[in-house]
Design a protein around this ligand. Structure first.
Ligand code: ADP
Ligand code: MG
Length: 253
């Protein structure tokens, strides 16, 4: 079975500086794979290339066995690869439900939008989107804030909405970049439970950059360690924490 994501010998240069250096890794289908490493290791640069925000200088990237190197984010969105985005300023004056409903309308996905193109009435399309948004709100248990303006939410609630936006289309794999930062423990727990449920109940694969080791330990297996632009090690968190090179490079010796 092809991995969900496969990165093959990918290099990214910025001028003369090599941020990602001949990097190869895979994210297996159905896994929640963690990506850790010291600051400057190249994690975000790698994510940006997988998500279509940045082109590799060389190498190739595959999604479910098909090459996606150089595809743009909206093309990847149509294939079920999504990354979460902070709620943009202009969306902070929309409610939670409205924020969710913007997703299929704003970025063509496979399902709802195709149905619309097949000639169904716009109203039916909108009703479908609303139903889906309500279903997402139920799933995430954020019904109590569904009519709240997004700008009034706490950091953690915003993260839940960001996760919810990936559920408005049928995502296969979701990239999460440091979701724990600035989120209180209670909401972090909600966020983690929802990630686990999306993984178990909906078959989502996750690829997660995270500094919070508690969250990594709870969610991620395996964990990939990057250092100086390449993969240093891949294994369970326990295996990684027992590796001297990793401890030296990352956990501070
Ligand atoms: P991480 O996310 O692991 O902290 P990054 O991928 O953000 O690492 O950065 C890796 C290296 O690439 C860093 O040294 C960073 O300064 C450099 N870098 C990242 N983006 C750019 C850019 N657009 N231009 C120049 N250098 C960059
Ligand atoms: Mg980063």
């Amino acid at each position: 079975m092809a991995p969900m994501i496969e990165v093959k010998n990918v290099t990214r240069r910025f001028g003369g500086f090599v941020a990602v250096n001949d990097c190869s890794l895979s994210v297996e289908k159905g896994s929640i794979t963690g990506l850790i490493g010291p600051n400057g290791a190249g994690k975000s640069t790698l994510f940006n290339m997988v998500a279509g925000n940045l082109e590799p200088s060389s190498g190739a990237i595959f999604l479910d066995g098909r090459e996606i190197t150089g595809l743009k984010p909206h093309q990847l969105f149509g294939r079920g690869l999504l990354r979460t985005f902070q709620i943009a300023h202009e969306f902070s004056r929309l409610t939670v439900l409205e924020n969710l409903m913007m997703v299929p309308a704003g970025q063509p996905g496979e399902n709802l939008f195709d149905a619309w193109f097949r000639g169904r009435k716009v109203r039916e399309f909108e009703r479908g989107v609303r139903e889906r948004a309500e279903e997402v709100v139920d799933f995430l248990q954020i019904g109590h804030v569904q009519n709240e303006l997004a700008g009034n939410l706490s950091g953690g609630q915003k993260k839940l909405v960001e996760l919810g936006r990936t559920m408005m289309v049928d995502a296969k794999v979701v990239l999460l970049d440091e979701i724990a930062a600035g989120v209180n423990r209670t909401l972090l727990n909600d966020l983690a439970s929802n990630i686990e449920r999306l993984n178990r109940e909906r078959g989502y694969t996750f690829f997660v950059i995270e500094h919070d080791m508690d969250l990594i330990g709870r969610l991620c297996d395996p964990v990939v360690v990057m250092a100086a632009g390449s993969v240093m090690m891949k294994g369970s968190l326990a295996e990684i924490q027992a590796d001297e090179r990793v401890v030296e490079a990352y956990f501070g010796g």
